[in-house]
Design a protein around this ligand. Structure first.
Ligand SMILES: Nc1ncnc2c1ncn2[C@@H]1O[C@H](COP(=O)(O)OP(=O)(O)OP(=O)(O)O)[C@@H](O)[C@H]1O
Ligand SMILES: [Mg+2]
Length: 371
């Protein structure tokens, strides 16, 4: 299996990994590569650097996909968007509210406005919700999703399940009670509970929350069913998770953490991309021959320009060998997933041409972990 075939066989690709390793860039490169091969692709980015929007030839990225201009004749289409958590949540409320009055009540509720932007897990849930909209309700051949730069990024896999659980939770049911016209039935325990929550968060917040859940009435079922569908999309065989890492000891440890979390969630990593590898000058194995050790030449020609060049080569090879060692353990752990080593580029990814060049490096420098 190669990265090329993983991409070719996928309908959804999720790019995950620790902060700054190149998730957003990789997601864009993969979507572009598949579009150049004739597919209709969309990349969902999360908080990308301004440079990526520029590189894609867009003024900005919004919550609705925009088509990337300038793909060569014979290509498919590439679209890009940036996840807007609140706009996505608002869209979900509009979809499940029974009428415009209910929609308005919820959208204007200050408790809602708070949770729709700051409740932990909301961004993750809305990422998976957006993914569902694009993968199931639109006609893209491939949806590539970027993940947020946190260790909790994988929470979005559990977010749908967590939302469903929350809607079944006692607290939620207790909060719903007064609005169901059975105030008398709110027992002493629930009253005490509400009173103690009020003490912590303020009674205004509780009143807002009760009003919110009241307005939310009747929508739980829709939300719950949706959450179950999103959950099942993530476990489809044509949904592929790609782990991105960089070859340094500390970021490899982070990558191991991600790999372990994915294993816990029973998700197979379908490809491992090691980004920003030291370039390898010449075949290292050849220079391992005693007479070809650059260190020896560096010493022999010390103090001359050629001696310094050999010294540079020796140091670069030393770094490259060190990186190979760091990568090996994780590569073996994830076998038979292909391992792709992308060299650090000497240019900024600032336009379509450089995105394509990075694509070439990603899809041409493949090293598989299979024997
Ligand atoms: N192989 C590479 N060679 C050179 N520069 C690279 C390479 N890959 C990515 N970059 C650059 O590294 C920077 C970080 O990449 P990117 O934003 O994709 O990382 P990220 O994992 O999405 O970060 P965050 O976790 O903050 O979201 C960008 O400026 C990008 O252009
Ligand atoms: Mg990013």
């Amino acid at each position: 299996m190669s990265l090329e075939s993983v991409v070719a066989q996928s309908h959804v690709i999720v790019c995950c990994g620790s902060g700054g390793v190149g998730k957003t860039t990789t997601a864009a490169v993969i979507a572009l590569h598949a579009a150049l091969q004739g597919r209709k692709t969309v990349v969902v980015t999360i908080d990308p650097a301004r440079r990526l929007a520029d590189a894609l030839g867009l003024d900005g990225l919004t919550n609705e996909p925009a088509q990337i201009p300038g793909l060569p004749e014979g290509s498919g289409e590439m679209w890009a968007m940036m996840l807007d958590t609140k706009a996505t949540f608002d869209g979900l409320v509009r979809r499940y509210a029974s009428d415009s009055k209910q929609t308005e009540q919820i959208l204007e509720n200050s408790f809602y406005r708070n949770i729709s932007t700051s409740l932990s897990g909301t961004q993750e849930y809305m990422a998976s919700e957006k993914l569902y909209e694009l993968a199931i309700e639109s006609d893209y051949d491939l949806v590539v999703v970027d993940t947020p730069p946190t260790r909790n990024a994988l929470d979005f896999l559990e977010a749908p399940r967590r939302l469903a659980k929350f809607l079944d939770h006692r607290i939620y049911k207790v909060l719903m009670l007064p609005t169901r016209g059975i105030v008398k039935a709110v027992n002493v325990a629930a009253q005490t509970l509400l009173r103690s929550i009020s003490k912590v968060v303020g009674s205004e917040v509780i009143a807002d929350a009760i009003a919110f859940f009241g307005a939310f009435e009747g929508m739980e079922q829709g939300f719950k069913e949706r959450a179950a569908e999103v959950d099942s999309l993530l476990s489809q065989p044509d949904t592929a998770f790609i782990l991105i890492a960089s070859p340094h000891a500390d970021t490899m440890a982070e990558a191991q953490f991600f790999a372990a979390r994915l294993r816990e969630l029973k998700i197979t990593v379908r490809a491992l991309i090691i980004n920003r590898m030291q370039p390898r000058f010449g075949a290292i194995s050849q220079t391992n021959l005693p007479n070809h050790k650059p260190e020896e030449f560096a010493e022999r020609y010390a103090g001359t320009a050629i001696g310094e060049q050999y010294q540079c080569l020796a140091e670069a090879q030393h770094l490259a060998r060190g990186e190979q060692k760091h990568v090996l353990g994780l590569a073996q752990e994830l076998a038979p997933a292909p391992v792709v080593q992308v060299p650090v580029q000497g240019f900024e990814v600032s336009n379509m041409a450089t995105l394509q060049m990075l694509g070439q490096a990603m899809f041409d420098t493949e090293v598989t972990s299979e024997p």
